[in-house]
Each structure stands twice: as structure tokens, then as C-alpha cells.
Design a binder for this molecule. Sequence first.
Ligand code: SF4
Ligand code: SF4
Length: 431
Amino acid sequence: MRRIKKFRHGGLYQRGQAFVGGQSIENAYLPNHALLIFREHEAAGEPDLAVNEGQLVNEGQLLAKATRNNALNVHASIPGIVRKIMTIPSPEGFNTRALVLSLQGHFKLNGAISGKRPWQSLNRHELSFVLQEKGVACTATGLGLHQILGNAHGVDTLIINAIDSTNYPAHEIVILEEYLNEVMEGCAIIKKASTVQSVLVALSGSRNQKLEVNIAKAAESFDLQYRIEYFSDKYPQAFPHQIISALGVNKNKNPCLFLVPGTLYAVYNAVSLNRPHIDQFVTFGGDVLKHHQLLKVRIGTPVGRLIEECGGFIHAPEIIALNNPMVNGCISNLDTPVSKTTRSVWALSKSATRLGVPDNCIRCGACIQVCPERLDPYLMYKLLGSGSIEKIRGQLDACTSCGACSYVCRSRIPLSVHFKNKKKEKLKDEQ
Ligand code: SF4
Ligand code: SF4
């Protein structure tokens, strides 16, 4: 019998409310204009420009070169003319340089049959260099893969995180199923480029037996020692520290490396096919989107264009959110481009957002019961309101902004948004 693991305290189930599921991956139409941002997260360094306005560039050409370890190379996702170089606000609110490319010229990578690179002869440093050169980012965090591997000292296990535990899944499981050999080759590359010895495939408990058989075949062909573990659908089970908690391992004694299938596919592309990180898998869903789809998209494609490709809206959305709406904010502009960390886009009605005019706290305690970090969101909110931030400094640091407390709050108090903003303010004050 299959044993389902789950983290111990709090969490919530959102069963029966998933907006999408069951479809396969389609290639999105290529954009006429691509907007390429230079920084994927606030702490990232900015790469140096390698092109000028008006210059014609090839598909895959280097546009901005990382000169710091925490920066990423940026490549042309389409061939074209560099129309404009500017500074724009990212969807997360920090400023980043960006570049507009207008489609022109020939595709050199699209549809080209390229030979595979015999990467098995490369050593750890050479593989890390290739990942850096191709601008490969962890699609869950935006960190450069070369940076992650550089910090992964003594890591023994690579965990392929394909758990979907929210209403807003990125459908990493579909990427794993459809590109299983590529993902497994990505694992073999990571193994060669690090101290990783074995692979753990983390799946939601409802997956079928056939996938197990296919994983076994693929792991054998890449000589990978592996095991599969099943996890509950309880949110936020897919958070790495909750996987560790459910496995019951000591993260200091057994440090693990977490990567999602989409990132491993980018690793395979970069190392085996010599292709920069210019594609991204993005789920489009939500109750006011006409057709739900999982698209393979060129980075820089405006979200609005992809929403059109999904048939547009049934009626005007209350919000459009990127990735997990319980954690991330929403976008106000349909020109927002797909970046290396865009994994899903949600067009939601007011009722689906669970937003409303906040009422007074009724002291129901639901937020305390659901908090997976054993915090007291009600007390945190109250003390923050009275300016007593010092009294809950520890709780604020332990908050993962998972949003479970806000989701269950009967008074519609946006607790987690409040905590996230306070944490940001605190961080700025300390700098
Ligand atoms: S957002 Fe923070 S306080 Fe709220 S449930 Fe998650 S960890 Fe707990
Ligand atoms: S869930 Fe909302 S209403 Fe209930 S105790 Fe927490 S803050 Fe108050």
C-alpha cells in the first residue's frame, strides 16, 4: 500500500477547487515583441548590457552578461531588433533594467535539429560554467543554477519537487510526465555537477502507477539511484521545508537540493542541447479565463498576448496573479512579460480571490489552527497594529508568507500580506 507523507502541524486542503488539470503542453505562438527583464528577484545583481539600441540580434544571442555571481546572463528569446533599453518595475515591485526586442530575422534554434553535447566528459566546474553561460535559473526562485550548485556543499539528495498542493498548481507533474527523459537527464547532469548521490521524486499521493514504471526506466537509462515518495495534498506541502518535515530528515545532517521539473528541463536544454534558458512552461488558469492551458512560452512574451491565445476572459477579472496567488501579488498590466520564474498565471473573479472588505477579528482561532509554522497570526496582526513589532520579531522571521491564515480568515483580514509588507519594511530598516 502507498504511504502518504505529510507535514505535522496546520495546513489546509483545497480539494475539489482546482481550476485546471489533465491537459498536455502546447507551444505558444511566438511574440512580435519580447520584453526581457535583467533581474529575476530583488537581491539579484544586474548583468551588463552586451548590445545597443537598433542592433539586430540572433535568436539565443547574449544580450546582457553577468559579471557578478548573483546575476544571470540574458539571451534573445526571439531574433530581432533591440528597440529600447529601459528601467521598469518588475511584477514583484523592484526596479530592473529591461530590453524590448521586435521580431525580425531568422530563427536559428527554433525547430533546428542539433546534435547532443557529450557532457559526460565535462567535469563539475565545466558543467557549472555551461549553466552560468546559458543563463539557467531555478524557475521556482530565480537564483542562478551555478550559484545554487556553488552553495550546495555536501548535498547528498536531489529532490525533484513535483507536488501540487494548491488550487493554483504550476503543473510540474505534467512537465515530468511529458519530458521524463529530459528531466532525468537534467538530474544526471546535476549529479555530475555536484555532490548529489541519489534522486528522490516527490509526488502528490494521487499519482498513478504508470508514472512509477516510466520513472524506473528513465532512471535506469541514466544510471540514477532513485526513490519515489508520495505526499499529501495539504497546502503548503510543496514548500521545501515542509517536504523535509514530512520526510522526517535532519536538514543539517542530510542537506537536500530541491529543483522542480521545469528547471531540470532547462538544465537539459543548456547542457545537452547547447540552448540558453529562453523557454518557460506556464499554466494559464482561473475561473474567468476561457480556456485553461499549459503553454511552452518564449521568455519575454507579454502575459496579455498569451491570455488572448487562451480565448480571453469570460468576464473582467478581479485580479490577475502570477504563480501562487496566496503568496504573490497581482499584476496590473497585461504587458507584464513572462520571465524565468513565471510558472502560472491566474485570472480570478472576486469570489475566487476570497478578497473582501476586512472586518473586525472575531477571535475564531482558525488562523492559529492552520498556520504550519505554529505561529499566532491573530496576535501578530494585533501587535503589529499597535506598533509593537519587537514583541513578535521572532514570529515575523518564522512566517513563510504562505497565506494559509488569510485564506481561512472569516473576517477577510489580509494577514499574510500585512506580515510580508512588515518584513520588507524591517529588512529595509536594517540595511
Ligand atoms: S502566512 Fe505566516 S502566519 Fe500566516 S499561516 Fe503562513 S506562516 Fe503562518
Ligand atoms: S482567522 Fe481572522 S477572525 Fe479568526 S482569529 Fe484569525 S484573524 Fe481573527
